[in-house]
Design a protein around this ligand. Structure first.
Ligand code: BGC
Length: 450
């Protein structure tokens, strides 16, 4: 009821437009990270890539993202949240064109680095932007739209890879990634900086005018004073300040959540799905790619469920159900590889679909929502930098070690390992994650600091 009322009262066309433009950052994140899965096969003969070169082409993007996430915190504070997004869209366009037109291995690597850097920047700036323009009661829904966009981007890249693989046009696979960036760049001209950033820079009149445009009704009026006092009473926190006793705890919560989002293994599926299906006995490459497309669709659909539930049911319950489901699905997958029944292909497809679906209702969106809302304003961008940097670091580690694990522990041992880690993350969430549904960023801040 409260939620329905919030939608009626606070949902304005301008807010909708703003969220869509910022969420395009998620679509770019998804497309540019996943497009390589289909392009790689065509790059091998053109650039004479050995196994090592191939691994490098895939993982160098993640190295770029690590650096991008690191730089983004500072940028969003200095030049603003919106200008950082503008910077990222320009980089996405340059990266896509560079990749599409590269004629040497070095240019290919440079293109992947640029795209990776842009992905890193956007992975911090987009959820931060959305959280700061959202009315409290809609914040979960709106930030999770960013995750929905990531999953749509992944699906779009799987689909384009599939369509273009018939003609082998890998150049177009990359170049198409520039289109959403161009759309975002145009859209960003109509957006402003966020209210908390404007208040922090002393631009009060602009901040209030923007809130008026973003929010219908009068509810936001009583928030202005709180927002103003929170924004102006804090100087920008220092890096050292992050480790102050009261903040240390909340900093660690975000860091661990980021780590668990990655080490429970999601990107072994997103980046290597066709390979996993091959192990499970899918005979042809095209049936493995078709199964991968199904996984992409499940990812999008389950994220929709989460978008719908986040502000109704809350963050904790979705995380707990999600991680419990992931643990069971991974156990099933491990069991299937261990016992190797005749219908292993079907069991593995169903378990992987369930695993991705449970990730998509829990750890996928909720991680981004919580990272954008649990940190007090004065350290928000720095703490997010650290957490998102860690997220990319562990993503890199998991992607790099997965094939190695499959060789030494076999698929059954590898998925069992991820199941055990999922179980540990269940305990962590149960014990430490706070419920933030419906609270304003300023309320969350005062709860954390007092
Ligand atoms: C994660 C990515 C992952 C994607 C899958 C995101 O929340 O950060 O690493 O590839 O979800 O949908």
């Amino acid at each position: 009821m409260v939620y329905q009322k919030a939608i009626k009262e606070q949902w304005t066309p301008y807010l909708f437009f703003t969220v869509v433009v910022a969420a395009l950052g998620g679509l770019l994140f998804g497309y540019h990270t996943a497009v390589i899965s289909g392009a790689l096969i065509f790059l091998v003969p053109v650039f004479h890539l050995n196994i090592l070169d191939q691994g490098f082409v895939v993982s160098i993007l993640l190295a770029g993202s690590l650096v991008g996430a690191f730089v983004a915190g500072n940028l969003t504070d200095r030049i603003g949240r919106k200008k950082t997004l503008v910077f990222a869209s320009v980089l996405f366009i340059l990266g896509a064109l560079n990749l599409g037109f590269s004629h040497t291995y070095v240019l290919l690597i440079v293109g992947r680095l640029i795209s990776g850097f842009a992905v890193g920047v956007v992975s911090l700036a987009a959820p931060l932007y959305i959280a700061e323009i959202s009315p409290p009661r809609l914040r979960g829904t709106l930030v999770s739209i960013y995750q929905l966009a990531i999953t749509l981007g992944i699906l779009l890249s799987f689909f384009m890879d599939y369509l273009l693989s018939q003609s082998g046009n890998w150049r177009l696979m990359f170049i198409l990634g520039a289109i959403p960036a161009l759309v975002q760049l145009v859209g960003l001209f109509f957006l402003s900086e966020t209210p908390p950033w404007l208040f922090k820079k002393g631009l009060e009149t602009q901040a209030i005018a923007l809130l008026q445009k973003l929010r219908r009704g009068r509810n936001w009026m009583n928030q202005i004073d709180v927002m103003k006092s929170v924004s102006s009473s804090h100087k920008l926190g220092t890096w050292k300040g992050l480790f102050a006793p009261k903040l240390r705890f909340v900093l660690l919560i975000g860091l661990f959540l980021s780590i668990f989002q990655q080490i429970t293994g999601i990107n072994t599926v997103i980046y290597y799905a066709p390979k996993v299906f091959e192990f499970a006995g899918f005979e042809s490459a095209s049936s493995a790619i078709a199964a991968t497309l199904i996984v992409g669709v499940v990812n999008v659909l389950a994220t929709l469920v989460s978008v719908w539930l986040l502000d109704r049911a809350g963050r904790r319950i979705l995380l707990l159900i999600g991680v419990a489901g992931m643990t069971l699905s991974l156990l099933c997958l491990s069991g299937a590889f261990f016992l190797h029944p005749v219908w292993i292909d079907k069991i593995s497809l169903i378990s992987l679909m369930a695993y991705v679906a449970f990730f998509a209702i829990g750890l996928g969106p909720v991680t981004w929502v919580l990272l954008s809302e649990i940190y007090p304003l004065r350290i928000r961008s720095k703490a997010m930098t650290l957490a998102i940097f860690t997220n990319w670091g562990f993503n890199y580690l998991v992607s790099l070690t997965f094939l190695e694990f499959i060789q030494t522990l076999k698929p059954q041992g590898t998925f069992l390992l991820y199941a055990i880690i999922s179980l540990i993350s269940f305990w962590f969430i149960l014990r430490f994650i706070p419920e933030t549904r419906g609270k304003s960023l300023e309320e969350i801040e005062s709860i954390i600091l007092h």
